[in-house]
Design a protein around this ligand. Structure first.
Ligand SMILES: O=C(CNCCc1c[nH]c2ccccc12)Nc1scc(-c2ccccc2)c1C(=O)NCc1ccccc1
Length: 330
């Protein structure tokens, strides 16, 4: 049934993907970033001061006959890049990819960080992590997916992001035409509120065997890059001619003409693996002839982050019912 599918438009050179979301009655339309690394659904709103808005669409609860203020409720998000957003909460009807949730907590922004004001490509986020890291006070609220799941055929959603091309998210079903290989599943540990799993190892370039080292990390559509443990990062860049850690860019950079090797990570006992093409790992030009790597260190995070660069290299199943994460090539 293809009614439960949302097209994801790539923005800003694959920095993020947004999907069309409608909120309220009559429906107000927004471009929201589906984010498996957080659990708040928040949107730019008419409560924001003019200086904090830069063309984004603003949700106006007063114009929605189905909006109901959650009196006394607030929310307050802070992200690892130092960005933040906060405000009040209304319940309203939310539709994404043909799936509608009535009375979904919609966190309306009263304050947003400059990073969001400057990001004209998005009007907010749809958290698709677990409710345990939702920031609503005095009581945490469920995500759009957690509220929708009971009415879906299967308690799962899939991400099929593509390199510099529209991708798609499906809710409740797996599109067998969207993936080439069998789907290999890993166990999910949701105790920290993330889609946390452990890859048994990795390989650089076309190396046949894998370096058996556990990489514990989250699968996070809201983070652009692939943040990995220092030993893995050093081994990878050891095979990139001229790559160095540059203070001024606070990350690994290399000459833009450098041929960058693929990076593969294993799934399950290493039977299956996902290969990130070298092309995706030359992430951005710094403007001085050097390019910024798509693989960087996860130092200070506490776990690794399999961000968009990894996700767009595969067809990914987020199975909330069975706490499994499925990876397939496409
Ligand atoms: O927050 C999310 C997912 N939502 C992002 C929403 C968002 C935040 N600015 C945005 C800007 C545009 C669109 C979405 C977002 N994932 C996680 S789990 C742990 C960390 C973390 C903790 C400590 C240190 C580092 C990361 C992050 C993190 O901060 N990622 C973003 C990032 C990671 C690295 C560099 C930049 C950003």
């Amino acid at each position: 049934p293809d009614e439960d599918s949302a097209d994801a438009e790539p923005q800003l050179g694959d920095e993020e993907w947004t999907v069309p979301v409608s909120i309220g009655t009559p429906p107000q339309g927004f471009k929201l970033d589906l984010d498996t690394g957080s659990s708040d659904l928040w949107v730019f709103s008419t409560l924001l001061s003019k200086e904090e808005v830069n063309g984004q669409s603003l949700y106006d609860p007063n114009k929605s006959t189905t909006a109901a203020k959650m009196t006394g409720y607030t929310w307050d998000c802070h992200y690892g890049d130092g960005s933040f957003s906060s405000g009040y909460i209304y319940q309203d009807t939310v539709t994404i990819g043909g799936v509608t949730v009535a009375k979904q907590p919609v966190e309306v922004a009263k304050t947003v960080a400059p990073q969001f004001t400057q990001d004209t490509a998005l009007d907010g986020l749809v958290g698709l992590g677990f409710w345990t890291i939702n920031t609503a006070e005095p009581k945490k609220q469920k995500t759009f997916f957690e509220n929708a799941a009971p009415n879906l055929e299967k308690g799962l959603f899939t991400a099929d992001l593509k390199h510099e091309a529209p991708g798609s998210y499906n809710f409740g079903w797996i599109d067998e035409n969207a993936h080439a290989s069998n789907i290999t599943y890993a166990d999910v540990d949701s105790s920290d509120g993330y889609w946390m799993w452990t890859s048994p190892g990795y390989a650089v370039g076309d190396a046949k065997g894998i370096n058996k080292t556990a990489i514990r990390g989250i699968t996070d559509t809201g983070t652009t890059l692939l943040l990995l443990p220092d030993d893995v990062v050093d081994t990878y860049y050891g095979q990139v001619d001229g790559a160095t850690w540059a203070e001024e860019w606070s990350g690994y950079v290399f000459d833009c003409n450098t041929t960058v090797p693929d990076f593969s990570f294993a799934v399950d006992n290493g039977t299956a693996k996902v290969t990130v093409p070298g092309e995706y790992l030359n992430y951005a030009e710094n403007g001085d002839g050097t390019c910024y790597g798509g693989i960087q260190s996860d130092y200070g995070v506490g776990f690794s982050i399999f961000g968009d660069i990894a996700i767009k290299s595969a067809f990914v199943v987020f199975d909330q019912q069975n706490l499994k994460l499925g990876w397939a090539s496409k």
